[in-house]
Ligand binder design. Structure first.
Ligand SMILES: [Zn+2]
Length: 147
C-alpha cells in the first residue's frame, strides 16, 4: 500500500517534495529519512507478510507503530500478523490500543472474536494441564531456591 504524505520543512514549514527545501534550501535528507521510516518499515512488513513470515512482519510494524503511534492502519495490520503467528495475547493488546482511538463496531467485533479464541485456548490449556500428571505439568514452573 503506497501512501503519500505531505512533508513540510521543519525550518520554514514550506511543503517540500525533494531533499532540499525549495524556500530556505535546508538539506532535508535526514529529516525525510526519519519522516518516511514508518513507511519503509511498512513496506518491509508487507514483503515479510508476502513471504508468510508473520512474526517478522509484526516486528517491522511494531517499529513503525513506535515511530507513528497515531496511525491506526499500522495497529490493524499488527493485529492480523500477531494472530497469524500465534501471538494471540499480543493481538489482543494491539486491539486494546486500537479501541482507544477507534470505537467502530468492526474493531469491537474483532476484539470479541479474538477474545473468544483466547478464552478457548486458555480453556484447552487448562484441560490439558488437568489430564497430565502433576509432575509433568509443573516442571517448567518450578521456582529456583534462593541461596
Ligand atoms: Zn525551509
Amino acid at each position: 500500500m503506497a501512501r503519500t504524505l505531505p512533508a513540510f520543512c521543519p525550518v520554514c514549514n514550506t511543503r517540500a517534495d525533494s531533499t532540499v527545501c525549495p524556500r530556505c534550501k535546508t538539506d532535508l535528507l535526514d529529516y525525510l529519512s526519519v519522516f518516511y521510516a514508518p513507511d519503509m518499515l511498512w513496506n518491509k512488513a508487507a514483503a515479510a507478510y508476502g513471504n508468510k513470515d508473520y512474526r517478522d512482519a509484526y516486528d517491522k510494524l511494531a517499529e513503525a507503530h513506535y515511530l507513528r503511534p497515531t496511525d491506526n492502519e499500522i495497529l490493524r495490520q499488527m493485529v492480523i500478523c500477531a494472530e497469524k503467528y500465534g501471538g494471540i495475547e499480543r493481538a489482543i493488546r494491539c486491539l486494546e490500543k486500537l479501541k482507544t482511538g477507534d470505537d467502530s463496531p468492526e474493531v469491537a467485533a474483532e476484539y470479541e472474536r479474538l477474545y473468544a479464541i483466547y478464552n478457548n485456548l486458555l480453556k484447552e490449556h487448562r484441560e490439558q494441564a488437568e489430564t497430565k500428571p502433576r509432575s509433568a505439568v509443573n516442571t517448567s514452573k518450578k521456582k529456583k531456591k534462593k541461596r
